[in-house]
Structure formats: structure tokens, C-alpha cells
Design a protein around this ligand. Structure first.
Ligand SMILES: Cc1cc2nc3c(=O)[nH]c(=O)nc-3n(C[C@H](O)[C@H](O)[C@H](O)COP(=O)(O)O)c2cc1C
Length: 213
């Protein structure tokens, strides 16, 4: 797959109408490139927030690498990931918003499962730039996976775990020459409703990504 548009074209050719989006099938991403990149200390030196993005979409290869960096599986024998999670609950889902729609990243299969075929980028933030940033990630906690935790710990750990993912994305972006900013300013009620999230699902943070303008 050369670009995101191709991805969505393939999805449509697979017979997925708008109405079937919510139960969408998974489409594998290209294999992630898990070597190379900028030395860690240089990436840390370069990490910063950007709020002005070019509209140019990311290639599916770049998206694949970015999502693997975010929370891809780095130990296939256990399914554990590039980001830690409390008690290995893996409660954070990364929702991927591009112009063509919304999908959920599935680390175990390194694939994207479509959940909406509308452009919902504007709903991922209260500022102007998320509407046109080529990619917005939204970190959604499924509190149902945090079995026996107290409500306080569910809030604390799900926020912490989302933060690790966001920092992985920051460092990947620094290494790949992409701009990014993590955002807490989200109308969570409106976005939850648009995505049809379940009672147990909580939007923690959003993060815009794109080539800096
Ligand atoms: C939890 C959290 C929430 C944030 N929310 C927003 C936000 O809603 N909008 C925004 O433009 N920046 C947001 N930021 C980015 C910060 O403003 C930014 O990290 C800070 O100004 C320091 O700049 P730097 O990231 O370039 O070091 C947020 C950062 C964090 C850690």
C-alpha cells in the first residue's frame, strides 16, 4: 500500500459500505521498519510541539512505522509493546483519524480496523489545526480491561499509559522529521458520541501529526 488513499480504496473494494464501518474488517499495515532512525539522544534533543501542519498525508509506510513506535508489539512471544502499561492491561486503543475516516490500530496484527468512514478530524480537538492536520491520534482507554483496579487507579493508570504512547509518538516524529503535539483539549462528550464509544471507554488525549509547515 503506497498511501492512505489506497488503503481506503482497498477497504471499499472489500465491499465495506458506510453502514458496515462500525464492524469494519482489519486491513494489515505494511510491515514496520523497526531499525534505524535518529539516535535516541538526538531525538530527545529535537522533541518539541508543533501546531502548524502541511496538509500532505503520511504514506502508509510512515503511518505503519509511527503506529508501531506508538504501541506496536516489540516482543512477539508475549505480545508486549513499545509502551508499558500498568499490570500489562493494554487498555489504551489508538484511534487513527485521517481525512478518509477513522480506524483503530490493532497492535497484535499490526493492522487497522475501520470504525467510521467520515472525516471526523475536527472533532478531535477544540483548536483549529486538528481539522486539517493529516493525522490525529486519539488515545481511548477501555476501563473494562482494568479488571480489579479502583476507580482512582483506573483514571491514574490510563492517563499514565496514554502518556507513554504519546511520548513514543513525539520521539518517532522527532526522528522522522514530522511535527506533532499532544492535546488534552478535546470535547470528549461530542467525540465519544460520534465514535459510538461504550460506557467503559474514556478518551484520554489526542495528538496531531503531520509534516511541519
Ligand atoms: C497532558 C498534556 C496536554 C496538552 N494539551 C494541549 C492542548 O490541548 N493543546 C495544545 O496545543 N497543546 C497541548 N499540550 C502541549 C503543551 O502545551 C506543550 O507540551 C508545552 O507547551 C511544552 O512545549 P513542548 O512540547 O514543545 O516542550 C499538552 C501537553 C500535555 C503533556
Amino acid at each position: 500500500m503506497r498511501n492512505p488513499l489506497f488503503f481506503w480504496t482497498v477497504m471499499l473494494m472489500m465491499g465495506m459500505s458506510a453502514g458496515s464501518a462500525a464492524g469494519g474488517e482489519s486491513v494489515p499495515l505494511p510491515p514496520a521498519r523497526t531499525s534505524g532512525g535518529m539516535p535516541l539522544m538526538e531525538a530527545l534533543k529535537a522533541r518539541h510541539s508543533t501546531r502548524e501542519f502541511d496538509a500532505r498525508p503520511l504514506s502508509s509506510e510512515l503511518l505503519s512505522n509511527l503506529l508501531w513506535a506508538a504501541q506496536g508489539v516489540n516482543r512477539p512471544d508475549t505480545g508486549k509493546r513499545t509502551a508499558p502499561s500498568a499490570r500489562d492491561w493494554r487498555e489504551i486503543d489508538v484511534y487513527v483519524f485521517v481525512r478518509e475516516g477513522v480506524s483503530v490500530y490493532e497492535p497484535a496484527t499490526h493492522s487497522l480496523r475501520r470504525v467510521a468512514d467520515r472525516d471526523l478530524r475536527a472533532l478531535t480537538g477544540t483548536q483549529d489545526f486538528p481539522a486539517t492536520a493529516p493525522l490525529n491520534l486519539v488515545y481511548v482507554a477501555d476501563l473494562g480491561r482494568m479488571a480489579d483496579a479502583t476507580d482512582d487507579n483506573k483514571r491514574l493508570y490510563s492517563a499514565t499509559d496514554a502518556g507513554f504512547i504519546a511520548q513514543n509518538v513525539y520521539l518517532f516524529c522527532a526522528s522522522a522529521g514530522l511535527g506533532t503535539v499532544v492535546r488534552g483539549s478535546v470535547d470528549r462528550e461530542a467525540l465519544s458520541a460520534a465514535l459510538g464509544l461504550k460506557e467503559n471507554q474514556r478518551i484520554i488525549l489526542a495528538q496531531s501529526v503531520g509534516y511541519p509547515r
